[in-house]
Design a protein around this ligand. Sequence first.
Ligand code: ZN
Length: 308
Amino acid sequence: MIVYSHPDCLLKDNGFNHPERKERITSIIESIKKQNELNVEFKESPLANLDTVFLVHPQNHIKKIFSNIPKKGLIGVEKEPYADTMLCPNSERAILRACGAGIAAADDLINKNDRIFCAVRPPGHHAETMKAMGFCFINNIAVAAKYLQSKHKVNKIAIIDFDVHHGNGTQEIFYNDKTVAYGSTHESPLFPGTGLETETGVGNIFNAPLKAGTEAREFIRIFEKKILRPIDKFKPEVILISAGFDAHFRDPLANINLESENYHEITKLIIELSNIHSGGRVISFLEGGYDLLALSESIKQHLLALKK
Ligand SMILES: [Zn+2]
């Protein structure tokens, strides 16, 4: 299995006491390195090619984000009450490395037929076509999906998002696109406030909002019924995972009660589906997950299930 990351992803600074911090990546990499049975090949993410980014986000929008990058200190890109999506002097490199991981992973998926995990930050699933928000600037998974379609002629792609927050950005980008199915379990009500079951796109969007306090058995039952069943009918050629680990009971930003081992089961269910329709082709992208212990334990379980 291949794991993409890059030291530039550690340079993204969100300010004191911000949950989306560089230690997320260092603790993940440390944890993965301890797992000999994973047999991981670590690769450094390239900087994303801007023309590939423009498959999802208009040039003027990306240029505007980068032109707002401060020479020193931090600048927020959102208005209150969510003024915690920050640009720092090293943001451009981190953002392009995070996106570049998914693009390189897409090439590896097709050329090497391996499974890939992108251990990068900033995350991407809240980034809309024209809006940076929720710690996200470029929608990394959406760019990889569009790239797989344009470069590698993959037709139908499913994006499965088990982050505890709804991936409003991914939904918005593919809302009218029948070639991409998007399925998300997420706590509701919670940031960003989207992801109602009635948001169905062109029959390609599958939302499963969960009440605060949802336990693992109920989570997995709903995940199978509301996400995996419709994706099974969709028959994707590739499955991409928005892997956030903030539905863990230890996570400080939400109130769903998964344990680390549950991520093994959830991932296995996705792999089984990919073996039926997608030749086992899966790439996983790190999204959220803000308790360092929960994050490293859960990713270990996720990768043990992900590996071939
Ligand atoms: Zn999240």
